[in-house]
Each structure stands twice: as structure tokens, then as C-alpha cells.
Write a protein that binds this ligand. Structure first.
Ligand code: NAP
Length: 460
């Protein structure tokens, strides 16, 4: 496949607005050298100093909220209101790590007498340069949830962002610079996917984090395996959303719509498979289809819009092909099911029922506003179906029965279990997947410790 050009192309009109020259190999080398030199100083700075800079970055981001939200919407089509919320969430995440990093990374003492020492403890030491390969779908949040803990831990970051969000990528570098972070602390590389290997193999680059598709994760994971470098992989998902008889079905149906269509249906943790107990199936299906059909699809800059375009033409093609495949093999399309006529990459909010295992939609990730609806006889069948994909990112269950809640928490094979709600990431809670959704964790104490090396210290 030809490499993606690095460009801003408005998904609402398909118009190419600006193209960017990729960085040359010499520029990439210079960026790595600066990052490496900066790390030698940055790792010696105090948590208080790092926190002060990160708080300043959060304040600047709040001041820029409207401007950067418009850039996000322009580059990848999320609704302006959700772009504003994403930028605000980033500022909040920065402040959280600014406040908590020091205690999360405090030395962990052990009883010195038990190891014959006068002092003994574990210390979290920074690694050095971490390369972040990031996707376009949350163009600020995906980066900030890596950058805030990494910088607080004393690491420095290189960002290879998705090729369709270069202005967001450059904005982030500029934001950290304006906040006072020294040159080389956080650097955006304008490079294509093919140039990632050279960066990963550079001995000065110590680790990598990738959020994106399975093939990209496999590639980065394989190269880093070869180089014996730490990786965190946040990959795709086909999250289940269980609705059981004791649930508030109307509320579940309303939240199901947001859980599926947030970010125009392009979220790794969007609920994608709606698995409903037969006793409440008809009521849920009726309410769900009603709410999905009522969504306003249109210009993402318009305040009234609920669902904007898909971010790329390829993304639209994939979603349309999956629905057509299901329809062709006998599935029922309960609402939507078509791309919109005219310019831009819009797809109608869609609910598909009567799915069977020979359909791509049955277990693959649908990255658009398309829900699969499944009828099950009992909780056992629901859990088997929920766990029956190669993914294990988020999972959602709606029930008011305490035993069922315990059972779902225990048996849903996923990195996140959400009861009577929809999967959301919070700085306070670890975030990540299992199985082919990836490994490693972001956010919380777990996220900041991923890119630290743990030193055992024994003092006689
Ligand atoms: P993608 O094609 O994998 O792109 C993600 C990033 O990886 C981009 O920067 C891309 O660069 C780069 N990339 C692609 N192939 C690569 C390779 N072989 N080697 C190195 N880098 C490579 O992903 P996408 O389709 O844009 O994003 C959607 C996917 O991300 C979905 O599967 C979604 O579920 C997943 N996702 C997961 C999470 C999570 O936290 N688990 C969060 C958000 C999204 P170019 O743009 O230059 O190709």
C-alpha cells in the first residue's frame, strides 16, 4: 500500500486543505539527538518542577480550547462539542499527573533487616526516549495520556502521530514548548509509518507505545521484541454491551447509543456488540433503534450535529463493506445501513440484527456508527458470546442483580468492566486490553510505571 501523505483533509468535504513535507532522515536523527541530550538533564529535575510545567501546559490548553477543538474537527471530523470536551479532558489529565506523579513513583521501602541491609527499597527510574505511535481518533487525548505520565516520570517523548492529523501533532509539540518544557522533551516527528522502524531500532530510543490497529501493533511489537525494548500496545476492540432482565432498559438503550456513536463510532472502547436477554430484547431493540434513528448526522462544526463523518475514505469503505456483507448473508438492517449521498465520508447510524458467525461483523471491529444486535437466552450465553472474539478491551453490562454483577466482573475477559454505564477512560483507573486488544496499561499508577525501570536498591 502507498504510504499515507501527511495532510489535513477535511472529512466533511474530502477537500485537501494542507499538505506537509515529511521530516528528512537527517531531521529525524537531529530530533533523536536533541531528545537524548535533553533526557540527561530532564531526568534530574524535580517532580515539583515538572509538575509546574505540566500545569502550565494544562492552563494553555484550556486557553486554546476553542481553537484547537476546531483543528481537531477539521482534521478528523469529530463533532466540535466532543473536540472541546476532549481538550478539556486532556488538561484535567495533565493536572492529575502533575499532582500525583511524585506519590505514584515514590520509593517503595522493604524491611531492611529481612535483607540484611540498613536501607532497602525499590525505585522507579525513567527509561529515556519513548516513541509514541498514535492514532487520529482522539488526536489529543491519546497523546496526552502517554505524554503527561511519561514526562512526569522523567522520560522524554517522540511522537509519530497519524498522517491525517499533522496540525494536532504540531500543536502538541508547540504546547509543551510554550509551557516551558526544554527542547527535546516532547518532539513531533512528521514521518510515515515506514519510517517508524528506523526510530525504534535506534539504541537511544528505549521503549515504544502504540495505540492503533492490530497490524501496526504487530509490527511495532515485533521490532521492539527483536530489539528487546519495552512496549505498550493499545489496539482494537469489539466491546460487548450486555443487557439483562433486571436492567433499566430505556436508560440502557440511551447510553447504548452514545456508547456506539461517540466519536462518530470511531472509538476503540465503543460498545460494538449489543447482547440482549430475550426477555428484554424487543423492548431494548425498539428503544435503541428509535434513539439511533433520531441522531443528527451532518457537519461536525454544527452544534446540532450528533454524528459527523468518518475520518477517512478507507474507513467509510470498510464500514459500508461490513454492513453490505452482513445484509448479503441474511442479516436484518433495522435502521440506517447506507453512506450519505454527497461529499464527505458520512455513514448513517445503523443497527444490524440476526448476525451469524460467517459475517465479518460478527466478531470483527466495526469502526463506525454501526451496532450489532444479538439475542441470548441467559447470562451464560451472553458471557460466552461477549468473550467470543479475539479482542478484550472494554466490556459493559446492564443489570441490577448483585450476583450477575459479580459474575460479569469475574468472567468478562476484558481490560475494563463497566456495570450500568459505558466504558470511559479516567486518569484514576488503569486502561488497556487483553488478548489481541494489546497489553500494558495507561493511566493511573500503572500507566506511569510502564515506562520506568524498577531499580532494587540495597544499602549496607
Ligand atoms: P493505524 O492504521 O494502526 O494507525 C495508528 C498509528 O500507527 C498511526 O500513527 C499510523 O501511521 C501508525 N502505523 C500504521 N501502520 C504502522 C506500522 N506498520 N508500523 C508503524 N506504525 C504504523 O490505526 P487506525 O486505523 O488509524 O486507528 C484505528 C485503530 O486504533 C482501531 O483498531 C482502534 O480500535 C484502535 N485504537 C485503540 C485504542 C486503545 O486504546 N486500545 C484507542 C484508539 C484507537 P499513519 O497514519 O502514517 O499510517
Amino acid at each position: 500500500m502507498a504510504p499515507m501523505p501527511i495532510a489535513t483533509q477535511n472529512p466533511a468535504t474530502a477537500e485537501v486543505l494542507q499538505t506537509f513535507e515529511p521530516h528528512t532522515p537527517e531531521q529525524v536523527q537531529a530530533a533523536i539527538a536533541t531528545a537524548h541530550a535533553t533526557f540527561q538533564q530532564w531526568r534530574l529535575t524535580s517532580f515539583a518542577h515538572r509538575g509546574e510545567l505540566l500545569r502550565r501546559a494544562a492552563d494553555l490548553l484550556d486557553e486554546d480550547n476553542e481553537t484547537i477543538a476546531r483543528v481537531m474537527t477539521l482534521e478528523m471530523g469529530k463533532t466540535l462539542k466532543s473536540a472541546r470536551a476532549e481538550a478539556a479532558k486532556c488538561a484535567k489529565g495533565m493536572r492529575w499527573y502533575a499532582e500525583h506523579a511524585e506519590s505514584l513513583l515514590a520509593d517503595e521501602p522493604v524491611d531492611p533487616t529481612s535483607v540484611g541491609a540498613s536501607r532497602a527499597f525499590a525505585r522507579y527510574a525513567p527509561l529515556g526516549i519513548v516513541l509514541a505511535v498514535m492514532p487520529w481518533n482522539f488526536p489529543l487525548w491519546q497523546v496526552v495520556r502517554f505524554a503527561a505520565p511519561a514526562l512526569m516520570a522523567g522520560n522524554v517523548g517522540l511522537l509519530k502521530h497519524a498522517s491525517n492529523v499533522p496540525q494536532c501533532a504540531l500543536y502538541l509539540e508547540d504546547l509543551f514548548r510554550r509551557a516551558g518544557f526544554p527542547d527535546g522533551c516532547f518532539t513531533t516527528l512528521l514521518i510515515g509509518a515506514r519510517e517508524v522502524e528506523g526510530v525504534l531500532r535506534d539504541p537511544r530510543v528505549r521503549a515504544a507505545t502504540l495505540t492503533g490497529s492490530e497490524p501496526a501493533g504487530q509490527s511495532v511489537g515485533a521490532i521492539c521484541g527483536d530489539e528487546i525494548k519495552k512496549t505498550v500496545l493499545e489496539l482494537g476492540g469489539a466491546d460487548p454491551f450486555l443487557v439483562l432482565p433486571s436492567a433499566d432498559v430505556e436508560r440502557a438503550a440511551q447510553v447504548a447509543v452514545t456508547a456506539r456513536c461517540q466519536n462518530n463510532g470511531q472509538s476503540c472502547i465503543a460498545a460494538k456488540r449489543f447482547i440482549v436477554h430475550t426477555d428484554v430484547y424487543d423492548a431494548f431493540a425498539e428503544a435503541f433503534v428509535r434513539h439511533m434513528s433520531a441522531l443528527v448526522v451532518g457537519d461536525p462544526m454544527d452544534e446540532a450535529t450528533d454524528v459527523g463523518p468518518l475520518a477517512t475514505e478507507g474507513g467509510l469503505r470498510d464500514v459500508a463493506a461490513m454492513v453490505d456483507d452482513a445484509r448479503g448473508k441474511g442479516a436484518s438492517v433495522l435502521c440506517g445501513g447506507r453512506a450519505l449521498e454527497g461529499p464527505g465520508w458520512f455513514y448513517q447510524p445503523t443497527v444490524v440484527a440476526d448476525l451469524t458467525t460467517d459475517m465479518a461483523m460478527f466478531a470483527e471491529e466495526v469502526f463506525g456508527p454501526v451496532a450489532g444486535l444479538y439475542r441470548v437466552a441467559d447470562l451464560d450465553e451472553a458471557i460466552t458470546l461477549a468473550n467470543g472474539t479475539t479482542f478484550g478491551l472494554g466490556s459493559n453490562a446492564w443489570t441490577n442483580d448483585p450476583d450477575e454483577i459479580d459474575r460479569c466482573i469475574r468472567d468478562l475477559d476484558a481490560g475494563v468492566v463497566t456495570i450500568n454505564g459505558m466504558t470511559v477512560s479516567y486518569p484514576e483507573l488503569p486502561f488497556g486490553g487483553t488478548k489481541r486488544s494489546g497489553y500494558g496499561r495507561e493511566l493511573s499508577a500503572h500507566g506511569i510505571r510502564e515506562f520506568c525501570q524498577i531499580k532494587a536498591v540495597w544499602v549496607g
